[in-house]
Ligand binder design. Structure first.
Ligand code: FES
Ligand SMILES: [Fe+2]
Length: 389
């Protein structure tokens, strides 16, 4: 008889994606910690996917930039002097020094390498290199930093390492309109806060947790509070091909939320809204708050992820209920989910577990794990087959 840990490493995946979703077994546990599978996700999924750089208003002025690190890569997204938003690799073309260390900032229009002062425009083109006039055949243009593709959708700028990747609108048809329906003032939004949290769990463990409502009434006290703030029966989790939404009307009979008294004249359209874009970008809002949240699950390695929470608002003054909601997210609901994710990551290593069952209830999307199954199928195909598209 083979030892159980060998069986766990070899559990069959052949035909995994052919299972009837309503009877399907979950992805084998090694998909959540195996380094080889993680590298396949990096190469076949993330290096061909669109990554959020920031809201367009984070690039309002020439020289404004954002740095995004992903695996061992670092990318600068900036507005150049011509008023164009461009993405380029965060690396000097002389001897490879990293150019910008801060997450955000504004340059005077030029970035200077700290090593030998080569200077670049904020689109990566080389403007000057000290003493290059003394060099034989030195052509500045030969040392422009390679650019990456950028696109805008729903008020946010994205970049992609793959020059051939399908456009955002091909991948996520209707997502722009859906975001603008819920956030009519999307273009006026400004970043008000950003929190990074490193969680010792695979990025998919965290995604899985965020795309099902099965655990809402069955896990911790903050989740039960969340279920009360919404019309839980009306909570609908809807899959498209490469994007999905999970939306519930607010429970308008509430007179208090997040410890704050609510106004009498509640907006009848108040809702809990989430929109997810393959593979790891989510935007959301909570009932009774007026901010837009971004929630990115950035993989660091097979068993660690950086959760990046962005908060955006169109109002110059953040309303008290929005502040209370953000605090509740950061200090109450978020930690409750993070504790579950860390616990799952530990459990996945157990020799006593390999594959569970998706709890799919086609009649009740609010309590069903159909989005988890759909997401895993995209991951499976991304790793083993059709390249993240
Ligand atoms: S490495 Fe940047 S100027 Fe030398
Ligand atoms: Fe949760």
């Amino acid at each position: 008889m083979q030892p159980i840990h060998v069986l766990k490493q070899q559990s069959p995946v052949e035909g995994w994606d052919q299972q009837d979703p309503e009877e399907a077994f979950t992805l084998p546990s090694r998909y959540f910690f195996d380094d080889t599978l993680f590298k396949a996700e990096r190469d076949n999924i993330f290096m061909h996917a669109w990554h959020v750089a920031g809201h367009v208003n984070e690039f309002a002025e020439p020289g404004q930039y954002v740095v995004v690190d992903l695996f061992d890569q670092s990318v600068v997204i900036a507005k150049n002097r011509q008023g164009e938003i461009r993405a380029f690799h965060n690396v000097c073309q002389h001897r490879g020094n990293r150019l910008l260390e801060n997450r955000r900032g504004t340059t005077g229009g030029v970035v200077r390498c700290a090593y030998h002062s080569w200077c670049y425009e904020m689109d990566g083109s080389l403007r000057g290199a000290p003493r290059c006039d003394r060099m034989k055949n030195f052509d500045l243009q030969q040392f422009n930093i390679p650019q990456l593709r950028t696109e805008e959708m729903g008020g946010f700028i994205y970049f992609n390492f793959d020059a051939e990747a399908p456009s955002l609108r091909e991948l996520f048809p209707g997502a722009d309109a859906e975001m603008r329906r819920v956030f009519p003032n999307l273009d006026q939004m400004r970043l008000i806060d950003e929190q990074d949290v490193i969680v010792p769990a695979n990025w998919k463990v965290i995604m899985d947790n965020s795309i099902e409502g099965y655990h809402f009434k069955l896990s911790g006290p903050c989740h039960i509070d969340l279920a009360k703030l919404i019309d839980f029966k009306g909570y609908a989790l809807t899959k498209r091909d490469k994007w999905w939404t999970y939306i519930a009307p607010a429970n308008l009979s509430m007179n208090e939320a997040y410890g704050v008294k609510l106004r009498e004249d509640l907006n009848p359209d108040e809702c809990f809204f989430n929109i997810g874009m393959w593979p790891n970008n989510t935007f959301y809002t909570f009932p009774f708050s007026e901010f837009l949240g971004s929630f990115m699950m950035i993989p660091l390695d097979a068993e660690r992820s950086l959760l990046r929470f962005g908060y955006y608002s169109a109002n110059p003054e953040t309303a008290e209920v929005s502040k209370a909601c953000m605090k509740w997210m950061n200090e109450d609901l978020g930690p409750e989910d993070i504790a579950l994710n860390i616990s799952v990551q530990k459990g996945l290593h157990s020799l006593g577990y390999d594959q569970g069952r998706y709890m799919i209830d086609p009649q009740r999307s609010n309590e069903s794990e159909h989005l988890v199954h759909h997401f895993h199928r995209l991951v499976f195909n991304g790793i083993h087959g059709e390249r993240a598209r």
